[in-house]
Design a binder for this molecule. Structure first.
Ligand SMILES: Cc1cc2nc3c(=O)[nH]c(=O)nc-3n(C[C@H](O)[C@H](O)[C@H](O)COP(=O)(O)OP(=O)(O)OC[C@H]3O[C@@H](n4cnc5c(N)ncnc54)[C@H](O)[C@@H]3O)c2cc1C
Length: 633
């Protein structure tokens, strides 16, 4: 019987050895104070194994066999609502029975109290079977998580400080509805004139004299947008002065229907179901709000900050969707290549095809490594934040320890999240494209499903922040850190050089060389950025930059050289980050050394090429400058 967990050695490595479960589980289980459900970390990990084994079997045997049929059937609009197809409905009925929607919710709310990491490992298993199923799944549990986290952030959730049990939370009823599978939700950012540029949002949030909030405007491209519980970002403050752009946005919870005797009464209108290249069973709709009643979440003007809580979660979700697609593309390619004869041998024994398969295998190892590490760090950060905010006294040593931990893990998660989203989605496209090539003519037909993988994968670099936006975020964070603390940057350069010469382990030396190369690239971008703004400062030592950078600085314009090369930089940062994570694994587990060796063999020449590419592009910048002058003049 097919099994997507048992047949995946790398995934099993993480459950059994690769994840530092103890500190995370200790926090989630509140130090096993109650012992009612679990008594030890080992027991909890066994429970996680049960979940992964159940889902691995379910995804392989009860989802994957229906993927082609669901893709063909698609969805339709009927009487202003979206009708899901029969196999999709059946799958979700079973998911409901398995209670998976509440995986990451506290037990007090009827959930399983798992970390987000467990949810994402499950997502990968589903995405290997059908990525639309994973996407839709995310809009049950993911929305419930958002409601709980935003409520914790605004101070409407209470815990018992002794037992750490959740006592009450603002959206308890909605959460129960979401995790029971009775309803799902959606995340409403995009508008016809505002996609990547969220500062351009026009949907309005207005308050009447009695203090009730109402939303008016149109949101488009909403995944699972026919669901009930919409989390909407809207403008509540004047788009000028201090509240211009992102600062004037607020977050709302707005149900788009109520139900009376199983009949929906609409509070907003679903005006369109998109016809897409792929993701045929994932509903993508536009919704018009016309004085739709809504509840403000948090404070006015906090919308963007709060939305980021949901978006970070969603971006990691896309990473694992990508991982599932890559895994499906690899498996399909390997099986086909092992059977298909050409010129006297099967095609997997021809050099170029063997190299493709080897590359796919190693990139999946790298992607899972960075995805798991980032999610684990985010889980640790959230657990420590909860301890800071609810369980420890300000000023106490324990509080200080949690605060330090929170900052450390949050910084790691922030650094890795755009890299994960970029790498997961871009690799999904690349691997499914390779799968079509490896299958040759039949890859281009519907027979084996390779073309469906590519059609489904193509949206991953677009939604939840495009690849270009991820590259910009990574670039701004990286260069921003250098300007804030150039001394620390210089120290990192020296440290990497020293380790690249002195480390005893040759793999450690190679990783340090890669770090050196990445730091040179960052230094080059920074120098070009500074030099283009302040011709004289560019030649000054790095330590003198902060003073100069404070003067007359326009990040939008002055970062143009770095923006041009942001995609080269993010690829370098990904190669470096994965090398660091695989080194950490290799130093603990002898059998992981080979993965790092293969990784380095592949990415070392690629990184040199990327650094080379970062020297150039002046022609495009000059053209853009001339265009800008024309517009301004
Ligand atoms: C199937 C699907 C599901 C979706 N689900 C949701 C959902 O659930 N909720 C939701 O709110 N939205 C959703 N979206 C919308 C999605 O998030 C947006 O399409 C995406 O953010 C890009 O916005 P845009 O389409 O307006 O493109 P634009 O922002 O117009 O971008 C077009 C191109 O320009 C690039 N670009 C834009 N600005 C810059 C810049 N400063 N520098 C360099 N390049 C730039 C982009 O990277 C892109 O390549 C979905 C979209 C699709 C296709």
């Amino acid at each position: 019987m097919a099994h997507f967990f048992k047949d995946n050695e790398d995934l099993r490595f993480y459950l059994e050895r690769g994840i530092d479960w103890a500190p995370l589980i200790e926090e989630l289980e509140n130090g096993f104070q109650s012992k009612e459900v679990f008594k030890s970390v080992e027991e909890v990990v066994e429970f996680y194994r049960d979940i992964l084994e159940n889902v691995g079997e379910f995804a392989a045997n009860e989802v994957a066999p229906y993927a082609a049929e669901m893709d063909r059937l698609g969805l339709e609009m009927l009487d202003g609502d979206v009708v899901l197809n029969a196999p999709f409905e059946k799958i979700f009925k079973k998911i409901k029975r398995l209670d998976l929607h509440g995986m990451c919710m506290p037990r007090e709310l009827g959930g399983m109290n798992c970390p987000a990491l467990m949810y994402f490992l499950v997502s990968e298993l589903f995405a290997r079977a059908d990525v639309s199923v994973t996407t839709h799944l995310g809009f049950h549990g993911g929305i419930a998580v958002t409601l709980l986290q935003t409520s914790m952030s605004e101070g409407t959730t209470e815990f018992d400080p002794k037992t750490r049990a959740l006592l009450k939370t603002r959206f308890a009823d909605e959460i129960k509805e979401l995790i029971s599978g009775k309803a799902w939700g959606a995340m409403d950012l995009t508008e016809p004139n505002a996609g990547s540029d969220l500062a351009a949002l026009r949907t309005k949030g207005e308050q009447d004299e009695a203090g009730n909030w109402f939303l008016t405007g149109q949101k488009i491209f909403l995944t699972s947008g026919s669901g009930k519980h919409h989390i909407v970002i809207a403008r509540t403050e004047p788009n000028e002065g201090k509240t211009a752009g992102l600062a004037g946005l607020s977050l709302f919870h707005a149900p788009i229907y109520t139900e009376k005797r199983k009949k929906k009464e609409w509070l907003a209108t679903i005006d369109r179901l998109e016809e897409k290249i792929g993701h045929h069973t994932s509903p993508t709709v536009s919704v018009t709000f016309e004085r739709t009643p809504a509840q403000l979440i948090g404070q006015r003007g906090e919308g963007f900050r709060l939305m980021l809580l949901l978006m970070n979660h969603a971006r990691m979700g896309v990473t694992f969707e990508g991982l599932g697609v890559c895994e499906a593309a690899l498996r399909l390619s390997k099986e086909y290549a092992a059977e298909r004869p050409s010129m006297g041998k099967t095609i997997d024994r021809h050099e170029m095809i063997a190299a493709y398969l080897d590359q796919m295998e190693n990139e999946i190892i790298g992607l899972r490594a960075i995805g798991v590490t980032a999610t684990w760090a985010e889980d640790m950060a959230l657990a420590y934040k909860r301890a800071c905010d609810f369980f420890t006294d300000k000023g106490s040593d324990e509080h200080k320890r949690y605060k330090r931990g929170y900052k450390k893990y949050k910084a790691l998660a922030r650094r890795l999240t755009p890299l994960c989203k970029y790498y997961g989605s871009e690799r999904a496209v690349a691997h499914s494209r390779l799968a079509i090539q490896i299958l040759g003519g039949v890859g281009y037909t519907r027979e084996y499903g390779a073309e469906k993988l590519l059609r489904d994968a193509l949206v991953l670099p677009i939604y939840e922040g495009t690849s270009q936006i991820q590259a910009l975020m990574a670039m701004k964070d990286t260069l921003g850190a250098i300007t804030k603390n150039p001394q620390a940057f210089i120290k990192r350069i020296a440290q990497a050089r020293w380790t690249s010469l002195s480390a005893r382990d040759p793999l450690e030396r190679r990783v340090a060389k890669l770090q050196s190369l990445s730091l040179s690239a960052q230094q080059h971008l920074m120098q070009k950025t500074v030099a283009s703004k302040f011709k004289s400062v560019g030649e000054k030592p790095i330590a003198d930059w902060p003073k100069a950078l404070k003067q007359n600085w326009d990040p939008k314009r002055d970062f143009s050289y770095a923006m041009l090369h942001a995609e080269h930089l993010i690829q370098l940062l990904i190669n470096e980050a994965i090398a660091e994570i695989l080194l950490d694994q290799a130093l603990k587990h002898e059998d992981r050394r080979e993965h790092l060796e293969v990784w380095l063999d592949r990415v070392e020449p690629e990184c040199r090429y990327l650094l080379d590419k970062m020297h150039g592009g002046e022609r495009i910048l000059a053209r853009l400058e001339a265009q800008a002058e024309q517009v301004e003049g």
